[in-house]
Design a protein around this ligand. Sequence first.
Ligand SMILES: C[S@@+](CC[C@H](N)C(=O)[O-])C[C@H]1O[C@@H](n2cnc3c(N)ncnc32)[C@H](O)[C@@H]1O
Length: 203
Amino acid sequence: MELTFSQACENNKSAILSILQKAFIKTKNVLEIGSGTGQHAVHFAEKLPHLSWQTSDLIINHFSINQRIRSSQLKNISAPIHIDLNDEWPMNNTNKTSNVDGIFTANTLHIISWFLVKRFFEGVKNNLKNGGTLCIYGPFNYDGKFTSESNANFELWLKDRDVNSGIRDFEAIELLAKSAGLSLISDNDMPANNRLLVFIKDN
Ligand SMILES: C[S@@+](CC[C@H](N)C(=O)[O-])C[C@H]1O[C@@H](n2cnc3c(N)ncnc32)[C@H](O)[C@@H]1O
């Protein structure tokens, strides 16, 4: 059985794990938005056996994610639920009763439109338990500038593909996060000009 494969995930999963090991040290139930191939989910669920990892994505990716989960035989990872950021998240929870105390997303905020980035933070506000942790991996701009020539070229590629996508400004993301009740805990430098932002939802 051939599994859908992303070389980028293979390249970045160890560096991401080194941050998640600290950020999710007390976390029990992680929800991932945009699980893609499922490679991150399987790697992190295997290396962080104290937590349960809930995958999610658009339906188009469910088959690949399910295949990868099945082949992993891990018990602490769940088949994808359908979360399209255009819609309400099907968690059936209020802030007070949600058991999601961790949310992870990688390489999504520059793919989706700014409207959906705002919807993402609304979803985090409504579904992440108070005191829970949000980890976001991907490229960001600072002071309105690209952090590298390769990110500037990546932006051209993104816009050519979809004019509504694009590398987000860190400052705008932090503002949105604040309005969703989140505080920035750390902004971690990652290989290949990426960042891993860690936020905590205030009690
Ligand atoms: C570049 S891929 C990243 C996948 C994976 N997280 C990774 O790092 O390889 C972007 C992901 O965003 C998801 N996505 C795109 N539009 C979405 C939407 N409206 N709602 C939820 N996820 C969406 C895609 O299906 C895909 O899994």
